[in-house]
Write a protein that binds this ligand. Structure first.
Ligand code: FAD
Length: 375
């Protein structure tokens, strides 16, 4: 039956937004309770979509330095990734190019190295030593990553960081969801959500529960369900080089990573330019120069592609997991690290939505609600 024919028969869940966050949550819900009727209402191809413009890191280092719950959540999420990737690839028959080879954060001065030392020690404390890392001097960094520029004085290494092809991840989630019976409707922007006596009406479809996963549109939609979801756009630009020999960059880093196909992806810019998502030459030059400072040999590679995309950023960079206190059954999920946390969203967050989590895990997730922004 097509979604259009179903419009008046209620779903158990409507998920507004079919990016990485909405697709991961739908995947988790349908796997836990296959009898659920789930509808994902997605926007159009010209929408801002961080999920198709991101860097593809599954990153733990530095996450939640000032926020212990987020540090623990990031680590949990990264630890859930290997099994999540295995199952998703199996279900969808799409190789998502997941690797957990570890990651390097480079330091270009002794000051940066001591900041990294502090940050890593703090994360280790927050996670009761479960976050693993090694602080490397220049020689130790060179042993892991040959060819480093003179400016690199050291690095932090964590074996818990990894990477994935984010486009394959998104299409694998959509394919698996379809095979598992999740209904999906594209080009169906939700303008208004009507609160009913026992549920919600979004774009003519009814459901008992609704989860807002509309990226930057969550702020607007959240207000309709009495939820404060303060997200703003932060632009990031990315460059892709021609293919380099395999193993050129054995470890991922926030400035560069080598994709499974062999290209080198360069990024790491942060700009506050509203909804302007155009690329600009000055930022491209800056990130290219930063990458060449770290790995001078990259200067020999041609650039073949570049793009920019808007991050879905909360005021402190950590996710927001919100339950509407006014309208039972309504939730909002906003997240800047939707790749890193995809396994956690499919696994633990979907259990939180279903109210089947144990107490400690529930407390951890609810520490990331919007109370922290109360004035
Ligand atoms: C440059 C850059 C680099 C990044 N690097 C990383 C990284 O290395 N690792 C990492 O973990 N994260 C990274 N991120 C963040 C990650 O991409 C996001 O956290 C994630 O994609 C957010 O997913 P989302 O589904 O919430 O939002 P989006 O991808 O923005 O998707 C929102 C969806 O909602 C739909 N929508 C919007 N409004 C409506 C509406 N009214 N009705 C129906 N549907 C609607 C849109 O069409 C879209 O499909 C990066 C982001 C950027 C921009």
């Amino acid at each position: 039956m097509s979604p259009a024919n179903n419009k008046l028969s209620p779903y158990d869940w409507i998920i507004v937004g079919g990016g990485l966050v909405g697709a991961s949550i739908a995947y988790g819900l349908i796997q836990k309770q296959p009898q659920l009727r789930i509808l994902v209402l997605d926007g159009g191809d010209t929408d801002h979509r961080a999920s198709v413009g991101n860097f593809g890191l599954i990153w733990v280092q530095g996450k939640g330095n000032d926020f212990p719950a987020y540090a623990n959540w990031s680590l949990q999420g990264a630890d859930l990734w290997p099994e999540f990737a295995r199952q998703l690839s199996h279900k969808s028959q799409i190789d998502i190019a997941y690797q957990r080879q570890g990651g390097l954060e480079f330091a270009l001065s002794q000051h940066q190295l001591s900041v990294l030392r502090e940050e890593m020690a703090t994360m280790s404390r927050h996670t009761q030593g479960r976050f693993q890392y090694t602080l490397l001097d220049r020689n130790a960094a060179l042993a892991l990553q040959p060819g480093l520029g003179e400016a690199v004085v050291g690095a932090a290494y964590s074996p818990q960081d990894g990477q994935v092809n984010p486009l394959y991840l998104l299409s694998a989630l959509h394919k698996a969801n379809r095979l598992l019976g999740v209904e999906y409707q594209s080009r169906c922007p939700v303008e208004h959500i009507e609160v009913l006596e026992h549920g919600f009406n979004a774009a003519g479809s009814l459901a008992k529960h609704i989860v807002l996963c509309a990226g930057l549109d969550n702020q607007r939609l959240g207000k309709q369900l009495a939820m404060h979801l303060p997200v703003t756009p932060v632009k990031g630009q990315i460059l892709i080089t021609e293919r380099a020999e395999a193993g050129k960059l054995p470890y991922a880093s926030p400035q560069m990573r080598q994709t499974a196909e062999g290209t080198i992806q360069i990024g790491g810019s942060h700009e506050h330019k509203g909804l302007d998502n155009r690329s600009s030459l000055d930022i491209m030059q800056t990130i290219a120069n930063d990458a060449v400072t770290i790995m001078p040999e990259l200067a020999k590679l041609h650039l073949v592609r570049s793009w920019s995309a808007l991050r879905v950023m909360s005021p402190d960079g950590a996710p927001i997991y919100q339950r509407s206190t006014k309208y039972q059954g309504a939730f909002g999920v906003c997240c800047h690290s939707g790749v890193s946390l995809a396994a956690a969203h499919a696994g633990l967050l979907s259990s939180w939505l279903l109210n089947t989590l144990d107490r400690d895990q529930k407390i951890l997730i609810e520490a990331m609600n919007n109370d922290r922004f109360a004035v």
